[in-house]
Structure formats: C-alpha cells, structure tokens
Design a protein around this ligand. Sequence first.
Ligand code: ZN
Ligand code: ZN
Ligand code: ZN
Ligand code: ZN
Length: 306
Amino acid sequence: MAEAGSTYSDDMRMKPGVIDLTQNEDLLEVSEQVNDASQASQKSNAPVASSVRELLECPVCLNAMYPPIHQCINGHTLCSGCKPRVHNRCPTCRHELGNIRCLALEKVAASLELPCKYESFGCLGIYPYYSKLKHESQCTFRPYNCPYAGSECTAAGDIPFLVTHLKDDHKVDMHSGSTFNHRYVKSNPHEVENATWMLTVFSCFGQYFCLHFEAFQLGMAPVYIAFLRFMGDDNEAKNYNYSLEVGANGRKIVWQGVPRSIRDTHKKVRDSFDGLIIQRNMALFFSGGDRKELKLRVTGRIWKEQ
Ligand SMILES: [Zn+2]
Ligand SMILES: [Zn+2]
Ligand SMILES: [Zn+2]
Ligand SMILES: [Zn+2]
C-alpha cells in the first residue's frame, strides 16, 4: 500500500491519504468518492481515477474527450472530432451512431482534477478537466521548440536545455555581451531559395538572444532580413530593445526593435517583417566589389528597458 502523498498513477496526482482496502474506514472513503464525484479531487483513488481517465479516452483517436461526447445506442462513446469521420457507424459495435450525447460521462469528467501535463518541467498546477487544456496552452512551464530553423528539428525543452542543444547539436556561434558585430558572407547571393539560414546566440543580462539572418522573397523582390528573438516568454522579451545597423560607403540602414519570443516561429517573425529588411540591390551595394558576393556587416546592440 502506498504511503501518504506519494502515490502517482499515470499523470494523476494523488492527494495525501493512505488507502487500505482491508480497513472498513477506507472502504467507506472509496465508496464516498464514487457516490460524490465532486469530492474526487479532495480524496482521490488511483484505480477509480485511472479507469475514469480510460473511459474519457476516445477509442478512435485516443485523445481525451471533451463535450459533446457522443455514444451509440449500445453506449460506446466517441469524441466529437471523430464522429464525422466514422460515417455514422459506431467504431466499436458498427451500429448506427445517431445523435446521442453522453451527458453522464461529460459530468463525470467535470469532476476530475488533473495535474498540468508539464508537471515534469516544474508546473505544480492542478486543473479541472475542462480547463486543463486551456492552461496547458499557456502554461509558462511548457517547453520551447528549438529556435534553429535551418532544418526540421523536433527538440524541445527549457532554455538551458536548448542553449546546450544549439551549441552541441547545431554548432551555432555563441557570444557573450550586449553588442555585436557580425559578418554575413555568401558567395552566390542570387540564389534566394537555398540561402543559408544562419543563427547566432548572444548571452547578456543573464538571458539568451538569437540573431537570425535569412533571405526570402518579398513579393517579387528578393530581400534579406535580420532580427532578434528572445529565448523566453513574450512578457519578458518586452523588457528588452535591440538595434541593428548595416551599411557601407557612407550609407546605412538602422533598425530598432523589440526582440520576439521564440514562442513565435522564425517564419512568423519574418513574415511580419519585424526586423531589419535589406533589399538585395542595397545589400549588394553595401557588399561593395563586383556584386558577385554578399558581404554584409551587421552591428547591433541589446539593452534593457529601464
Ligand atoms: Zn476521437
Ligand atoms: Zn457501439
Ligand atoms: Zn502548467
Ligand atoms: Zn534543434
């Protein structure tokens, strides 16, 4: 039998309380939970809770079901997302599905309270079944996706994990300090499609920032864009400013902006033009020489808003 407060089943958090079915008192506890579902969160029981969880799993897509939960005339349940996809046949017994809603199961679900799925990342929140999804979509402990976009990378984790990952697996340049001076050289600037995507990481103010530089097509015109992303959430990103400068021959373009959180994909930032945009002709002019090579020097600074 489990010790108080130490039992976990699946991701179901147990409330403190020793459950020993050999004692009448505890048997009473168990039956109370079954009879009064609203108490389930106060005194939980692993077998009851996990079997309810199983009942709430759609047999087709295996996701947790949310109202409206449907059932066939034999009582087999199905999620509303899968219902239109099974051609009105119960996937379990092949009977016609009709339009029967399973209110009882919807109500049982309402009585469940579950830990946030990012518990292992440090979130201690416990949420009612129906508000858990909303919380998880905004949970500050939810992992960040790898900000490197040169290839499809599925790595995700917290910021220290991603910094190590960028260093070790993507071999990105890491710099410390809040000012930088970076050269972008490309031998064939007329190829926009396969333009190398570059990422540099800066650490300053105890935070990490990613400098992106890439070529893309803006309408008919090939352009370059440089922008900064903050390795953290948007509310913290707003505390910083940055400037980027590119130029030569007595001309320069200056951009001042607010770094975007890496919660926003690099593509989203790029497509909103939230950065220093350099027309190709201007970029080649800044490169000097014979226009066969792109040679841009981007200087920048990051500072904290007071
Ligand atoms: Zn489903
Ligand atoms: Zn059925
Ligand atoms: Zn959470
Ligand atoms: Zn990665």
